[in-house]
Each structure stands twice: as structure tokens, then as C-alpha cells.
Design a protein around this ligand. Structure first.
Ligand code: PHE
Length: 341
């Protein structure tokens, strides 16, 4: 029996040396120190031995058990240290490596052109007035002098919601009414930038959502010449002194008289090319003197007050400025496009 204990000890200690991982150690522990291991069985069965045998076997058995437990603890500690050492060398930081370059974002061309436009209008005394994207039929059409069955509604293909009378604004003009109702009877000089929505066939020049920027000036003695001078000055500041501005008579239900504002084509200098459809001119805004009915709807007495309004397309201006050929690029989120600005 003593013989047996000696060989258990030798075999266990040898096996322990080749246990190189936590798993292997656990297996070893079950095999040599577990409840069903030969050693524990011998110790558990001491009572079955004779009085003469029992003390020596018991003594030796406990010695072997202690020796194995001590060797096991040493081994556990050695493997823990080895694993720590390994992770330190394997995951070592090379502080001399160059850093990863931080990729810097940039402003979307929309934002860039808008900020430029805001700055110009700010210098001329216009402040930004925010107005809602979701409008009512009343504000988008009726208060702007476009009654329910007026044929002028054909100018705006509208997105209707499931709530009757609630629509996505087709232009920024309803903001005129909000601004007038808020400021009346004070004079007003505001620009109203924002998204507009039209149910339209998408093409290179038309999207179902696009930026618009309304302008509104209301006060006493505001005349058509103020509108023409202000628009010409804006064009000069955004496009440079070489461009000419032209006004054509037009029609909008909420302005009277109404004009279309054109700028001479930068691509050909006004002689005519593919960009300006051989006219030498590009349309950049609709404008006019605020219609008396609209002034009244905003709370102003048209006998005392007058005003002008315009609506321009910032995307159009950006396209002219940077030679962008398709309005859909603004919403494509294509980095090859965005990284050029
Ligand atoms: N709201 C008009 C449009 O979207 C543009 C416009 C605004 C015209 C203000 C005149 C005055 O077509």
C-alpha cells in the first residue's frame, strides 16, 4: 500500500509538470486530488485497514496529499505568471508607432452656401426667421391668396398627409404669414430658409425636396425699385461684379407685380450655351411686391404698409457657383461628391 502511495505521488508530480493551461490543471486536480481519485479513495478507506497498517498508511497518505496540494498551488501560480507575461509581451504597446490619422468631417455644400447667403443678407439688415416644414393648407395656400380651386395651385404639386388640411410646405412663402403675424405692426426684414417638398418627377434640376430661401421686407414706403436694387445687390455680392441681373414680368398669386430674377450665365458670359439653354440667362428667384391681400392676412394695413418678397433656390446658386450638374447629388451622400467641397 505504501508502494502504491509512492507511485501515485511520482506519477502525479510528473503529470503536473506537463499541465500547461488552466484547463489541464483542473483536469489534473480532479484526477489526482478529486473525490474519486486513487489517493482520496485510499484515505477514505483507512477505516477498512487493520490497526497495524492504519497509522503508517494514514501518515504517508496525508504527506502525499499535502505534497500534491503544495505542488498544485505552485503550478497554478507559475501558469498565472506565464500567462500574464505572455499577454504583456503579445499586447505590448509600441509607443513609437505613428498615430492613426483622425478623419475630419466638413460642412455639407448646403450648409456652406446657406452660411454665405445668410452673411450677405445679414449685412443688408435681414435676420433669419425659422418657419415650420409641416404646414396647413391655409398657410401654404389660402392666406397667400391662393383659394381652394384656384388654377395657380397647379404651380405646386403637393404632398398631403392623412390629416385633412395638413401638408408639407411646397414653398417657404407660408413663413411670410407667420413672420408678419408675429411682428405686426413693426417693420420686417427677414429671410426664411428651409426645406420644401413637392410631389414631382425627379430629374437633374428637380427634386421632391429642396432648399428654398424666402425673403420678406415690410414697412412704409417700400417700392418696387427697392426690390430690384436689393436683388441686384445680392447677385453682385454672391456671384461677383461681372454678372448682370435681369427682371422679367411674371405671376405669383401672393405678389403684385411679380418678377422672375435672372443672372447672366457664368459659363458663357451671356452669349448662350448648354447650361443656360442658349438664352444667356439663368433664373435664380421669383419675387414681387407683397399682395395687399397677403399684407392684410398678416395684419398690416395695405393702405399704410407695403413690402417685397422673394423666393430663391440655394441649391441653384450652389450649382451655378460650383458647376454642379445634377441637384440629386445634394442628397446622394456620395463621398466622392461631398469631399470636393
Ligand atoms: N414661393 C414662390 C415659389 O416657390 C417663389 C416666390 C416667393 C415668389 C416670394 C414671389 C415671392 O415658386
Amino acid at each position: 500500500m505504501l508502494e502504491r502511495l509512492n507511485s501515485i505521488e511520482q506519477e502525479a508530480l510528473a503529470a503536473l509538470q506537463s499541465a500547461n493551461s488552466k484547463d489541464a490543471l483542473e483536469n489534473w486536480h480532479t484526477m489526482y486530488l478529486g473525490k474519486k481519485s486513487p489517493l482520496m479513495t485510499i484515505l477514505g478507506d483507512l477505516g477498512k485497514l487493520s490497526h497495524e497498517e492504519r497509522p503508517a498508511i494514514g501518515k504517508r497518505g496525508n504527506e502525499v496529499k499535502k505534497a500534491l496540494e503544495a505542488a498544485y498551488a505552485d503550478r497554478v501560480e507559475a501558469i498565472r505568471k506565464a500567462e500574464l507575461q505572455h499577454s504583456l509581451t503579445a499586447g505590448a504597446l509600441d509607443v513609437t508607432l505613428p498615430g492613426r490619422p483622425q478623419s475630419r468631417g466638413r460642412l455639407h455644400p448646403h450648409t456652406q452656401i446657406l452660411r454665405e447667403i445668410y452673411a450677405i443678407w445679414a449685412e443688408m439688415g435681414f435676420q433669419v426667421y425659422r418657419s415650420r416644414d409641416v404646414e396647413t393648407d391655409e398657410y401654404n395656400f389660402e392666406l397667400l391668396n391662393i383659394p381652394q380651386h384656384h388654377p395657380a395651385r397647379d404651380m405646386w404639386d403637393t404632398f398631403y398627409t392623412t390629416t385633412p388640411g395638413v401638408i408639407l410646405r411646397t414653398h417657404t412663402s407660408p413663413g411670410q404669414i407667420h413672420a408678419m403675424r408675429e411682428y405686426c405692426p413693426q417693420p420686417i426684414r427677414v429671410i426664411l430658409p428651409g426645406m420644401c417638398y413637392r410631389y414631382e418627377q425627379i430629374s437633374a434640376s428637380k427634386g421632391i425636396q429642396f432648399l428654398q430661401m424666402e425673403g420678406l421686407a415690410v414697412g412704409k414706403n417700400i417700392r418696387l425699385s427697392d426690390l430690384l436694387g436689393t436683388m441686384s445687390e445680392f447677385n453682385r455680392r454672391i456671384f461677383g461684379p461681372d454678372r448682370k441681373t435681369r427682371f422679367r414680368a411674371s405671376y405669383f398669386p401672393f405678389t403684385e407685380p411679380s418678377v422672375e430674377v435672372d443672372v447672366s450665365c457664368a459659363n458663357c458670359g451671356g452669349t448662350g450655351c448648354g447650361v443656360c439653354k442658349h438664352t444667356g440667362w439663368l433664373e435664380i428667384a421669383g419675387a414681387g411686391m407683397v399682395h395687399p391681400t397677403v399684407l392684410k392676412n398678416g395684419g398690416y394695413d395695405p393702405a399704410v404698409y407695403s413690402g417685397f418678397a422673394f423666393g430663391m433656390g440655394p441649391e441653384r446658386i450652389a450649382m451655378l457657383r460650383w458647376g454642379i450638374s445634377d441637384i440629386r447629388y445634394f442628397w446622394g451622400n456620395d463621398l466622392r461628391f461631398l469631399e470636393q467641397f
